[in-house]
Structures are given as structure tokens and as C-alpha cells.
Design a protein around this ligand. Sequence first.
Ligand code: NDP
Ligand code: 2IT
Length: 445
Amino acid sequence: MSVYAQKVLDSLKTRYADQPEFVQAATEILNTLQPVIEKHPEYEKAGLLERYVEPERIIIFRVPWIDDEGKVQVNRGYRVQFNSAIGPYKGGLRLHPSVNLSIIKFLGLEQILKNSLTGLPIGGGKGGSDFDPKGKSDNEVMRFCQSFMTELYRHIGKDVDVPAGDIGVGAREIGYLYGQYKRITGLYEGVLTGKGLTYGGSLARTQATGYGLCYFTEAMLKANGQQIAGKTVVISGSGNVAIYANEKITQMGAKVVAMSDSNGYVYDPNGIQLNVVKEIKEGRRGRIREYVDAVPGATYTEGCSGIWTIPCDIALPCATQNEINGESAEQLIKNGVMAVAEGANMPSTLEATAAFQKAGVLFGPAKAANAGGVAVSALEMSQNSLRLSWTFDEVDNRLKDIMNGIFSKVNAAAKEYATEGDYVAGANIAGFLKVAEAMMAQGAV
Ligand code: NDP
Ligand code: 2IT
């Protein structure tokens, strides 16, 4: 690591010792930037890295709401407006009991580089709350979302900050949030993405992250003389990203044999029947274990990490951060995995990433591999500004081009600055260079 990057990281580790996920994401990024720092000594003078790791603004707020028993509940809301050098802040909202400042900051830091890689004009931000939508009625979720937006609305706008979905935030939550924003401001504008198709949403946004992950994986395999058809795949999670990753990779001729949720995983040697998963998860917010009631021959195992003991050629972690540790990575390698592409944000620990790279596994890091969701969000913003809607194929074709473009950029940056095939370094460097140039051009702000 460069002396300058090391100094910035050491200071982060001291100041934010209580933010392990944020420090982890910063460590991975700063670890890879040495060639860029060496080529641009002016960055240190301009305090560029110090500014890059410090959010422009953090908003933390109280979210009071009334449950179905008439009792007041209080949650904590966050929006981290991390970097607006290349466009308005853009990034999802996560609703999960584990949400805290460390998690939102790691997601925001990653989002800056991810959004840069899309080639579209979007800065980086992230937000959410420790509210748990699980087990809540639709009315409770609505009252929470309305209260959340009653504070958030003053900080966002179509040219300021455009939130979207993430874990626990899908079409239902975006609808309630949008309704409240419109009611308070009187503005019918593209302030959120992932909207329903009847009120400004984009076709293919629902599919975008999962499909994009498969387009990226296809490009990565192709560049290495491989193909997806005929491969056995394990996908963790069974939410938005996991479901559409399964749909696309199956269309590409692979067989998905396992999926999971936070309770456990199902294994189906005949190939997971996605219509059953969709009915359970999208249809009635059920649990993945219910799959075995519908499909004879499938088995359910309690606990999440066991899914990585199932032999596969391609692993697509699509649930949450740090779901693959060093031990799970070694297990996957031992079982012959040839590619890992991250649908979730930072699903591999630093040890797991190092193990995959050391073993020569093709490794597509999250900020490149899962950028399809935010890319189509940016296309939704374009359509809202144009007051037009593009067809599914038009959006899907743009998504494909964007994901191929991301792989090319990442591949080229790896070759030029680091080691051929090191897509972690390639993604960080290619994403960072654009943000750095824009920050330098705009002065010390
Ligand atoms: P969903 O809420 O739709 O699904 C999340 C899935 O992950 C569920 O199956 C959930 O299980 C599982 N999960 C969540 N937390 C944990 C946990 N602590 N341990 C094990 N499993 C867990 O979210 P998404 O599919 O949208 O998001 C999945 C990942 O993809 C996240 O990392 C997100 O940041 C990332 N991502 C999402 C994008 C998007 O467009 N939605 C874009 C880019 C990245 P359960 O139901 O039991 O909670
Ligand atoms: O992590 C992500 O890129 C997202 N959750 C999607 C963000 C967005 O603005 O669509």
C-alpha cells in the first residue's frame, strides 16, 4: 500500500474503530490504489483520499411510528450523502434490524465507485433504518415509510439525492415513500427509483441487478475462455437480486442447485424451480424452507453458511455482507469453484477475497458485478426527465451494454495498473479515477 493511503487508512482505523464494516470496505479500496497514487502525486497535496473517505454529509434522525396496537415505536433513520463529484447522490435504502452507521457508510463508500463504473452521472449515497419489516402489517410498513419520508424529504430531490431499494425495500416500500414525498412537496418528480410501472418506474429495474450480475459474469468467463452454459450454480439469498440472478443464469443454460434466506438453505439437485421460489417469496413473503413442501427430492438445512459446502462451478452470493468468510471460501475452492461474482454488497470478507484470488478463481467484485441495479435506476431517472418510457428490450439492451462496458473497463484497468485478472484492483482503480478527476477539477470542496 502507498505511504499516503496507509496514513489515511491508519487514521480511519483509529477514528472509526467502532465501524468495522466501513473500515473493511475502506481497507479493500485503499489497498489497491497504490499505482494511482504513484502516478498522481498531486492527489496527496489536494487531500484527495482524506476527502474521499469522509462523507459530504450524514443525516441521522428519529423515526416515530404507530403500530397496529396504537403504541408509538421509535427507529433510527440514516442517509449518508457521501460524494457528489460526478452527479447527485444515488443509492438505496436498507431496512434491516442490523442497520447502523458503519453499515450505511460502507455501502455508501462502495456506491461511489460502483456508480462511477456505470459511466452514468450519479454520485454516491446510501441510507436506511434499523426498522425490521419482517412480521409487520402493510399498514405498519406504510406508517413507518411515511414517517421516514417526513424527515428525509427535505434532504433529497431529483437533482440532489435519489434513493432506491436495497434489503427490505422493494416496490411496496418505494410506493409508500413516493406517495408521502409527493404529498409533502407537491412535486411529481423522479426523486426515487424502483418505482411501480404505473407511476414512473422503469421496465427491467426489478430484474436489473440479477440480470446485470449474469451479464457481467458472462463477460468475465468469456474473457477467460469459459462459458456459463452447463455450469452448476449456487446462489445465496432469495430476495430481489437472487431471484433474477437465478432467472437469467438459468436462461443462459446453467443449473442453480441451491438458494437460501437468513434461516437456512434449500438444495435441489434437479435444479431450483424458480416459479416455486417466486410464489413463496414474492407472492406471500414466506420462508425458503417452504420450497421442500412443494418440490419432492429437495432438502432444507438450517443455517446460512452451509450453502457454501455444496459443490458448484459458479457461486453468486446475493444475500448480505460478509456471508462468505475465509473458511467458506476454502470450502468452495476445495469443491472446484471456478468463478465467484458478488450480487450482494461486500459478501466476501477480506480473507475470502484473498483466498479466491490466490486460488485463481475468477472473482467479480460487487461494485462491478452488481452495478446493473443502480445503472437501470439511472436510466429510470433519464426516462423521468424525458417524460418517456422505454421498452423492456430497450432498457435490457442498455443494461447489457453497460455491464459489458464495466467488465471492459475493469479488465483494462487491472492490466494497466495492477495484475491481469485482478478485477478487485481493476474495479477500484477504474471507478476511482473518474471520481478523482472530477474532484480535482472542482477544487477543495
Ligand atoms: P431483499 O430484501 O430482496 O433480499 C435479501 C435476501 O438476503 C433475503 O433472502 C434475506 O433473507 C437474505 N438476507 C438478508 N440479510 C441476511 C443475513 N443477515 N443473513 C443471511 N441472509 C440474509 O434484498 P436484495 O435482494 O435487494 O439485496 C440483496 C443484496 O444485494 C444486498 O447486499 C444488497 O445491498 C445488494 N444489492 C441490491 C441491489 C438492488 O437493486 N436491490 C443492487 C445492488 C446490490 P431473509 O428474508 O431471511 O431476511
Ligand atoms: O447497492 C445498490 O447498488 C442498490 N441497492 C441499488 C441502488 C439504486 O439506487 O438503485
